[in-house]
Design a binder for this molecule. Structure first.
Ligand SMILES: NC(=O)c1ccc[n+]([C@@H]2O[C@H](COP(=O)([O-])OP(=O)(O)OC[C@H]3O[C@@H](n4cnc5c(N)ncnc54)[C@H](OP(=O)(O)O)[C@@H]3O)[C@@H](O)[C@H]2O)c1
Length: 311
C-alpha cells in the first residue's frame, strides 16, 4: 500500500509515517517546506503551496489512500491574521487536493481528513457521538465546520471520505502534554478553571493506528479520535503530578487570568467536550491505551526516570 500524507512532518503525521513503515506501507508526503523534502524509497516528499493552489501532481503516482493533516497550529494567539491562517490553511489544503485529484488518473480507494472535537458544543454534561449536528459557537467550532465541509467536497471523486474528530493527542514529542507536564515537574502546575471541563484524550500511538484502521477498512463518515474514557482537567492534572510524584500547590487558574496572557486562545484550555469512542470501537478498532494512568505512564514515566537519574 502507498499512502499520500499531508502534514506528515507534524506530530500526528510523524507517528503515522512510523506506523506505515512498520506495516511495510510506503509514504508519499506533501510539504509546504522545501527543506523538509526527502527522497527515500519508502518516504518521498513533494512540494505544495495550498495558498497558491500549487501542488506537484507526481505525488499521486501509485497512491492507494490519502491522509490529510495539513494546517497551521491553533496554539498561537488568535489574532485576526492568525485566525485567517488557521482556517485558510485547512480549507485551501483540501481544495488544492480536490482540484488536483480531478486532474490525474488515480487509484485512491480511501481519503481520511483530520478534524477536531472542538466542533462539539462546550458542555459539562453532554456526551457526544458522531451524529451530533450542533456546532460549538466559537472560532474553533466554525473552523472545524468549514474544514469538514471542505473534506466532504472530495466525495465527488467516488472514494470513501472520512473525518477523524481528534481529541487531545498525548505525546512526549509535542502538543499539549509537555506544556502541561513541565510546570507540574517544577511545582508550578495548576488546574484550569474549576477543573470540571472534560478532556477527551487519545494516545499518539492510537491516533496513528486509527488513521490506518479507517484506511484499511475503507470506512467513511465521521469518527471520534478519542480514547474510551475521557477525564476532567482536574483528574488529568493530578494524574500527571502523580507520575512525577509532585504536589499541585498553586490555586486554580481562572480563565480571565489566562486570557490576559494568551488572548482568546485560552478558550481551548477551558472548553469541555466529553466525546464517545463507541463508533470507533464498534468498527473493530483495538485501542492500546484506554486508561489515562497507563497512557501517561507510557509517555511520561520513562522520561521522568531518565531525568531523575541525570539530576
Ligand atoms: N495534536 C492534537 O492534539 C490535535 C487535536 C485535534 C486536531 N488536530 C489536527 O490534526 C492535524 C495534525 O495535527 P498535528 O498535531 O500533527 O499538527 P502539527 O504538528 O502542527 O502538524 C501540522 C502540519 O501541517 C503542515 N502545515 C503547516 N502550515 C501549513 C499551511 N499553511 N498549509 C498547509 N500545511 C501546513 C506542516 O507540515 P509541512 O511543514 O511539512 O507542510 C505541519 O507539520 C492538524 O490539522 C490539527 O489541527 C490535532
Amino acid at each position: 500500500m502507498k499512502i499520500l500524507i499531508t502534514g506528515a512532518t507534524g506530530l500526528i503525521g510523524g507517528e503515522i509515517v512510523s506506523a506505515c513503515h512498520k506495516k511495510g506501507y510506503s509514504v508519499h508526503y506533501l510539504s509546504t517546506s522545501k527543506s523538509k523534502l526527502q527522497n527515500r524509497e519508502n518516504y518521498k516528499g513533494f512540494y505544495w503551496n495550498p495558498n497558491k493552489n500549487k501542488i506537484d501532481l507526481a505525488c499521486f503516482k501509485g497512491v492507494d489512500a490519502v491522509i490529510n493533516l495539513a494546517g497551521v497550529s491553533i496554539s498561537k494567539r488568535w489574532t485576526a491574521t492568525n485566525k485567517k491562517k488557521i482556517l485558510n490553511s485547512r480549507v485551501k489544503s483540501l481544495q488544492t487536493l480536490n482540484e488536483a485529484i480531478g486532474k490525474v488518473n488515480h487509484n485512491i480507494a480511501s481519503f481520511v481528513s483530520a478534524s477536531a472535537i472542538g466542533i462539539y458544543p462546550n458542555s459539562y454534561t453532554n456526551y457526544y457521538e458522531e451524529d451530533c449536528q450542533e456546532v460549538d459557537d466559537s472560532f474553533l467550532g466554525r473552523v472545524v465546520e468549514k474544514w469538514e465541509e471542505a473534506a466532504d467536497q472530495l466525495k465527488i471523486h467516488g472514494f470513501p471520505v472520512s473525518k477523524i474528530r481528534t481529541g487531545l493527542v498525548l505525546s512526549e514529542d509535542g502538543g499539549a502534554l509537555p506544556q502541561m507536564a513541565k510546570p507540574i515537574r517544577y511545582y508550578a502546575g495548576a488546574v484550569f478553571g474549576n477543573g470540571e471541563q472534560w478532556q477527551s484524550w487519545i494516545h499518539i500511538k492510537d491516533i496513528a493506528s486509527l488513521y490506518l484502521h479507517i484506511i484499511e477498512k475503507k470506512l467513511e463518515g465521521v469518527y471520534n479520535g478519542v480514547a474510551p474514557n475521557s477525564v476532567t482537567n482536574l483528574k488529568l492534572t493530578h494524574k500527571i503530578a502523580d507520575i512525577y510524584n509532585k504536589p499541585i500547590l498553586l490555586p486554580n487558574i481562572p480563565m480571565a487570568a489566562l486570557k490576559l496572557v494568551l488572548g482568546d486562545m485560552a478558550y481551548i484550555l477551558y472548553a469541555s467536550q466529553r466525546v464517545s469512542a463507541k463508533k470507533v470501537e464498534e468498527s473493530g478498532f483495538q485501542y492500546s491505551f484506554t486508561n489515562i494512568c497507563l497512557a501517561l505512564k507510557d509517555i511520561l514515566q520513562e522520561k521522568s526516570q531518565f531525568q531523575e537519574e541525570l539530576a
